[in-house]
Every structure is written in structure tokens, then in C-alpha cells.
Design a binder for this molecule. Structure first.
Ligand code: ATP
Ligand code: MG
Length: 361
């Protein structure tokens, strides 16, 4: 079986370091292994409109921001197909048929959708499109016959929903759709990177992000304003690591080579953590180290982005070509789906003969 990767992001803002450790970094690594037959990276504008219907301009403006972030991180259009979701009408058609395979109560149980509804104060007025986005996500994944979906932890319920749709479809209509596998980050801190305010998830919609394209001064300001351990008041006090955002970020970003470069008095992160727990290590020193680490990680990304920014029409051209290629793949799957569902009347010679016979008797 072919190895196909699909994943994507909503164009609701520039991409942030949560996206990077949760999915982007992994995509680039996987892309560069050369192990995949096809890689589809989707800018999910139709999904972004499900909770931004009254703000299409925001979505429109952020398409290019997300595309630039992709290229800046090392997604290479020669190896990965970059596409815009709304340009693939086949995805809507697939969603429409999958809707018959899912119950309202099943959607209501989706924990990510539940918390997103709360976060957006949608309780009394949930747009139907938003409520059903897990189904459209199943269409995205299956349209490209994805076998691997590298995403953050919040996407687990979406992958479960997709697998259920695949099973249901295949059992009713015959083996047609491919079951995808979720690929979560290996490191606990990267599953769901918290915001700089310590809140459960860094999210464009919560405004608690460090963006990939952030300027050095702003990165520094954000790092120094970060949530730590509120009971660690004096340097001598013992400090806690749980819920301490600065250490969570170090877990997500620190590499062994950063110690000799920026903090040679420690040989590794465990030693730094032990000292913090014992007491005698101030927040400022840890924040200075994290700032250096983040600056080192983000500088090459920011510089590459600036290069791509010089030729914006070329970036749109990449998205156009990618969307065209993606549409062909989705059209093939849609054809297979319609064949399986027997809604391919005009190609079905057997049906036409059968009906002719029936009416001539
Ligand atoms: P929005 O607030 O508009 O939903 P978002 O910041 O949640 O935006 P998405 O576009 O929904 O971003 O998510 C894109 C990808 O990034 C998904 O794979 C998601 O799991 C991952 N991701 C998003 N935020 C984080 C995070 N804080 N930590 C790890 N992964 C994340
Ligand atoms: Mg999200």
C-alpha cells in the first residue's frame, strides 16, 4: 500500500511554535526521509470559515501567512503538495455522503469540539458547519487516502471519528476507504504546547502565542513575561516543574548542543531541572536560556520566510499548482466512493440493461 501523509492548518493567523512542535517540525522531517509516495499539506480555509463565517477577510489574509510559514519551516513544494481546501469541491461532496454515517450524539461527544464550543461561547448558537467539521476532516483525510496524519493531541478525536467513518463506509458499501494512523509528537510537551500565559493550549484564537515569524525583541519580551511557578518567589526557594511553562518549552525545544553554547555550567536539562527543584536557581536565568534557545530555533525560519516574502505571486502559484494536483487525487477517490455507493448511474451499464429489461417485460 502507498504511504501518504496528509495534515494541515486553519488560516486563522500566522503559525506559532505550538504548531511547530506539534506537527510542522515532524512533517518536514518525514518529508525529507523520502519515505512517502505522496504528501498533502492543506490550508483548511473552509474549516476556518465554520467559526469565522462573518470574517472571511481574516481567512483570506491568512492563507499567504500560513503558506509562508510552511515554506519557511522547510516544506518543499517539490516534495509536498501544498493546497487550499476550498479549491477542492470534491471534499464537500464526500462530506455530504459521510454525514449519513454519523449521528448527532456521536458529534456531541467529541471532546475537542466540546471545548472549542465553550471557548468560542457558541453554546446557544453553534453553526451547523462548525458542529460537523469532524466529518469534513474525515473527508479531507480519506480523499487523499492518507495513511499517516501527523498532528497535535487535540486532533485525536478527529482521527477516531475518521476511522469510524472509514469502517462504517467500508462495511456498508464495500472496501473503499483507507484507514489513517495518527502520528503524535514523541515528546509529552509537544503534544499540546501551553500558551505563554500557562493556559492549556497555545492557540491563535487565545492570543497567547509566540509566532514563528516573531521578531527577536518580541520573542524576548514574551519569554520574559512567561508564566512560571508562582510559589517560587526568592531564588533560594525550591521550584516546581509541573505547570511551569518555561520548563515545558525547554522540554519542547532544548537540544543538547545548546548547553555548551548558552549555559555551559550545566551539562543537560535534567541537571538544570534538579537545581531548580532544590532551590538556588532564579527564573530569570532559566528564561535567559530559553530565550537563547528560541532565538536559535526561530532565526533560520524567520530568515527563510523573508526570502519567500520577496516573491508573493510565486507562493500563490505554488498553492494553485498544489490545489490542482490535489483535486485530481480527490476526484479519483470521489469516483471510487460513488461507484461503491452505486450512484454512478450513467457509467453503470448493468443498471441500464436491467431497467430496460424490467420495462420491456
Ligand atoms: P485555532 O485556534 O484557529 O483552532 P490553532 O492554533 O488551534 O488554531 P489549528 O490550525 O487548529 O491551530 O491546528 C493545526 C495543527 O497544529 C494541528 O495538528 C494541531 O494539533 C496542532 N497544534 C495547534 N496548537 C497546538 C499546540 N499548542 N501544541 C501542539 N500542537 C498544536
Ligand atoms: Mg485548532
Amino acid at each position: 500500500m502507498k504511504k501518504i501523509m496528509l495534515t494541515g492548518d486553519r488560516p486563522t493567523g500566522r503559525l506559532h511554535v505550538g504548531h511547530y512542535v506539534g506537527s510542522l517540525r515532524r512533517r518536514v522531517e518525514l518529508q525529507n526521509t523520502g519515505d512517502f509516495d505522496d504528501i498533502f499539506i492543506m490550508i483548511a480555509d473552509a474549516q476556518a470559515l465554520t467559526d469565522n463565517a462573518d470574517n472571511p477577510e481574516k481567512v483570506r489574509q491568512n492563507i499567504i501567512e500560513v503558506a509562508l510559514d510552511y515554506l519557511a519551516c522547510g516544506l518543499d513544494p517539490e516534495k509536498s503538495t501544498l493546497l487550499i481546501q476550498s479549491q477542492i469541491p470534491e471534499l464537500c461532496e464526500l462530506s455530504f455522503y459521510y454525514m449519513n454515517l454519523v449521528t448527532v450524539s456521536r458529534l456531541q461527544r467529541n471532546p475537542t469540539v466540546k471545548s472549542e464550543i465553550q471557548m468560542r461561547n457558541f453554546e446557544a448558537s453553534i453553526p451547523v458547519g462548525f458542529f460537523t467539521y469532524p466529518i469534513s476532516q474525515a473527508a479531507d483525510i480519506t480523499a487523499f487516502k492518507a495513511t499517516t496524519v501527523p498532528v497535535g493531541e487535540d486532533q485525536m478525536p478527529m482521527l477516531e471519528q475518521t476511522k469510524e467513518i472509514v469502517h462504517k463506509f467500508n462495511s456498508v458499501y464495500g472496501e473503499t476507504l483507507v484507514e489513517p494512523k495518527i502520528l503524535l509528537p514523541e515528546n509529552e510537551a509537544c503534544m499540546r504546547l501551553p500558551g505563554i500565559d500557562g493556559k492549556a493550549k497555545m492557540s491563535k484564537s487565545l492570543g497567547n502565542c509566540i509566532y514563528l515569524s516573531e521578531e527577536p525583541e518580541d520573542i524576548k519580551k514574551k519569554v520574559f513575561s512567561m508564566f512560571t511557578d508562582p510559589t517560587h518567589i526568592r531564588i533560594g526557594d525550591p521550584g516546581k516543574l509541573e505547570g511551569n511553562t518555561v520548563f515545558t518549552y525547554l522540554d519542547a525545544f532544548c537540544k543538547p548542543e545548546y548547553f555548551p553554547e548558552f549555559l555551559p555550567e550545566y551539562s543537560n536539562l535534567d541537571e538544570l531541572k534538579e537545581h531548580y527543584k532544590r532551590g538556588g536557581l532564579g527564573d530569570m536565568k532559566v528564561k535567559r536560556f530559553l530565550n537563547n534557545v528560541l532565538q536559535a530555533e526561530l532565526e533560520p525560519i524567520r530568515n527563510r520566510r523573508k526570502e519567500f516574502q520577496k516573491d508573493i505571486p510565486a507562493v500563490y502559484e505554488i498553492l494553485k499548482k498544489g490545489s490542482e494536483k490535489a483535486e485530481k487525487a480527490a476526484a479519483q477517490t470521489l469516483k471510487e466512493v460513488k461507484d461503491a455507493m452505486k450512484i454512478n448511474y450513467f457509467d453503470d451499464m448493468e443498471l441500464i440493461q436491467e431497467q430496460s429489461k424490467k420495462f420491456s417485460e
